[in-house]
Design a protein around this ligand. Structure first.
Ligand code: AHM
Ligand code: MG
Length: 336
């Protein structure tokens, strides 16, 4: 390995001062996510050996219970954050309610809360498709020194101080932003270090990939149907390529690199869409904007939505700015 390559650990230290509230706490927090990501990656890589090592619910040769990978990932990320006592609270797509961190190091004094989807797209694991972890970090709004409250988690996306994802794909990558652009790091599994491989990631302003579950076509609003027709038309640079893995992080990651739009709209059988505002839409929206793209619910900016519930859902249209604007045009045209 060329010694000029920058590791994630070095990058975090070098860029700590870019962060306006810098106190080292956020750096330690991202470091703990880095550690948990490596542990989860290791376990996911063994998923194909399930017949040999044992499936969820079984007991392995060491006498340990095998867990479902999404439950396992939730435990790993939670433990990494709880054991180091670097946050005051966590909420997760896998938990019914938020978690208050108690401990011997005055965890109530900590400034940050973490919102996490520990293993998104986990139904893809059985078929060896890539999956992801999505995280989002906010400063608490209630005074430190007291247990966190629900309102510390119910903040608008535009209050995020950091967000990112890990994509467990052909390579494992950790991609994140602290509000100064988006940087991507690839895991070298032989050494166990993430290296800066994709500095300053940017969405192309326009793209030619559209990604949404067209199986739900009959249930889509007319604006989405019209946009799909537009993407399929033979005119100018169209038809666009259609790509949908069904694993948001992977679909988003590809579109950010190549230029495209990812949509999970409302539908007649899911009136608020499927994806969770706090664990999926907001962090992806923050990354989108930091990479020069646009993230909308079809009509307005995702990050301006005031959440009222931890697990609330929202529709999302995110990606290359011109493509999102065109989709919004069709949504607006069919409004009413
Ligand atoms: P999950 O949080 O239950 O894993 O669901 C989220 C996933 C996204 O990663 C993906 O884009 C979407 O659900 C796929 O849903 P669908 O099968 O309805 O297309
Ligand atoms: Mg999810």
């Amino acid at each position: 390995m060329n010694k000029n390559y920058i590791t994630l650990g070095e990058f975090i230290i070098n860029n700590q001062s870019d962060f306006k509230y810098s106190s080292g706490e956020l750096s330690r927090l991202i470091n703990s996510i880095r550690l948990a990501a490596k542990t989860v990656n290791h376990e996911i890589n063994k998923a194909g050996l399930v017949d040999i090592l044992g499936a969820a619910g079984d007991t392995n040769v060491q006498g340990e219970d095998q867990q479902k990978l999404d439950v396992y990932a939730n435990d790993v990320f939670k433990s990494a954050l709880i054991n180091r006592e670097i946050v005051c609270g966590i909420t997760s797509e896998e938990e019914d309610d938020f978690i208050t961190i108690e401990g011997k190091y005055n965890a109530h004094d900590n400034k940050y809360v973490v919102l996490i989807d520990p293993l998104d797209g986990s139904s893809n694991i059985d078929v060896n498709e890539s999956v992801g972890t999505i995280f989002s970090i906010y400063r608490r709004t209630t005074p430190p020194g007291m247990p966190v409250k629900k309102e510390d988690f119910l903040q608008k996306g535009n209050e995020q101080v950091a967000a990112g994802y890990i994509v467990y794909g052909t390579s494992t990558m950790l991609v994140y932003t602290t509000g100064n652009g988006v940087n991507g790091f690839t895991l070298n599994p032989a050494i166990g270090s993430f290296y800066l491989s994709h500095p300053n990631m940017k969405f192309p302003e326009n793209g030619n990939i559209f990604s949404l579950n067209q199986g739900n076509y009959a249930h889509f609003p007319q604006g989405v149907k019209d946009y799909i027709k537009y993407c399929q038309e033979e005119k100018d640079d169209r038809p666009y390529a259609y790509r949908y893995i069904g694993s948001m992080v992977s679909d988003f990651h590809r579109n950010m690199i190549k230029g495209g739009i990812y949509i999970y709209p409302t539908s007649s059988n899911a009136p608020n869409g499927k994806l969770r505002l706090l664990y999926e839409c907001n962090p992806i929206a923050f990354l989108t904007e930091q990479a020069g793209g646009k993230a909308s619910d079809g009509f307005k900016r995702i990050m301006d939505i005031q959440p009222s519930e931890l697990h609330e859902r929202a529709p999302i249209f995110c990606g290359s700015t011109k493509m999102v604007e065109k989709a919004e045009f069709f949504m607006q045209k069919n409004k009413g």
